[in-house]
Design a protein. Structure first.
Length: 214
């Protein structure tokens, strides 16, 4: 942060409980991309509480968060259906999605077999349609602050990511081991304003943009 006399302070204070040591072999750009998307994905799956063989719907399964939730869920034997652009379908199947539904189809919800045990909402405006696809007594977790009122015994909640050093360390190891793949692009710090505009407009193509001091 800028100091009063025109120089930049070089120290940042952070709570130990919020940080993890970057493991050997983890590229700093990959590390920079991981905390928010990784912890959100991980904590969403904890909140959904699904087990092997159960079915999960992720709206925006190709976005920075959804693609990590997809991989963590698939590794646990959960059967994942995602909504995404058709152009992302092959990549997402390769990461474990059983089914990829094109969200540009206005009747995407009508093309999906319902009865999901859980739904993760990572695209605004999709929660209500997703709720109708969740089985009685299932769970819905929204990242977009629009969890609908529960019905048919469905638990429907908004989730907000929280720092967690142990979870972050676990996720970082998974990236090093190649069990979690992120779509990351490094950009020079000077491109920050343009990158911010791109992300704000939802045009980052599901990539995490990481600004690097050169
Ligand atoms: N509550 C929390 O703690 C928390 C934490 C992290 C993120 N979030 C929220 O979660 C949401 C997702 O964030 P993110 O960073 O994971 O996503 P992201 O990477 O920014 O997702 C961007 C992609 O979403 C796709 N998309 C747009 N509308 C869609 C729709 N209706 N259905 C399916 N896909 C759609 C687009 O794909 P195409 O380019 O192929 O069109 C776009 O590339 C955001 O609203 C974000 O604010 C919340």
């Amino acid at each position: 942060m800028p100091g009063g006399s025109g120089f930049w302070a070089e120290r940042v204070l952070i709570t130990a409980a919020s940080a993890a040591i970057c493991p050997a072999g983890l590229d700093p750009v990959q590390a920079g991309a991981l905390p928010v998307a990784g912890l959100t994905a991980y904590q969403s799956l904890e909140a959904l509480g699904l087990s092997r063989g159960q079915r999960l719907l992720i709206t925006n399964g190709g976005g920075a968060t959804g693609v990590l939730a997809l991989q963590i869920a698939a590794a646990r034997g959960i059967e994942v259906t995602v909504t995404a652009s058709a152009s992302a379908a092959e990549r997402l199947r390769g990461l474990g999605a059983l089914e990829v539904v094109d969200y540009h189809d206005s009747d995407w919800a009508g093309r999906v077999r319902g009865g999901f045990d859980g739904a993760l909402i990572a695209a605004g405006g999709t929660a209500q349609a997703a709720l109708s696809l969740v089985r009685d007594g299932g769970r819905l977790v929204s990242l977009t602050s629009d969890a609908p009122t529960g019905e048919r015994g469905i638990t429907s909640t908004d989730l907000y990511v929280r720092p967690d050093a142990a979870q972050l360390a676990h996720l970082a190891e998974a990236v090093v081991e190649g069990k979690l793949k992120q779509n990351v692009e490094a950009l020079p710090l000077s491109e920050g304003p343009a990158a911010f505009a791109q992300v704000s407009a939802g045009q980052a193509g599901g990539k995490k943009l990481v600004l690097v001091l050169t």
